[in-house]
Design a protein around this ligand. Structure first.
Ligand code: FES
Length: 107
């Protein structure tokens, strides 16, 4: 399959700079409600920031081991798997890539 010319035409959106992400391994775009994390192997993980319980914005812990919702304490792995309610479903994850010093996410 041929690679399309423009990544934007594939539905990817820029959520921030790679430099920002590399600073502490976390990039949060509050407008698009997306969290991008750098995994231990330098891989990128993109997740929706909206808690499936009542829609608060989840935040990664300092060591980037999980995401926690400040409203009622739901917890998720950095891959979005539900660890603890009251949320009942996982966080959605998105395709993500770095290109031209930008972090691009397919929302
Ligand atoms: Fe996240 Fe309630 S909105 S736990």
């Amino acid at each position: 399959k041929a690679k399309p010319e423009s990544t934007l035409s594939e539905g990817f959106q820029a959520v921030g700079s790679l430099e920002q992400l590399e600073e502490n391994g976390v990039l949060i775009n509050e407008n698009l409600r997306v969290v991008v994390l750098q995994g231990v192997l330098g891989d990128l993980i993109a997740l929706e920031q909206t808690c499936p319980h009542q829609g608060c914005a989840v935040l990664p812990t300092e060591e980037r081991k999980r995401l926690i919702c400040p409203c009622h304490g739901s917890q998720f792995t950095i891959r979005g798997k539900l660890l603890r309610g009251p949320a009942k479903t996982d966080l959605e994850t998105y395709e993500v890539k770095a290109e031209d010093k930008q972090v691009l996410v397919k929302l």
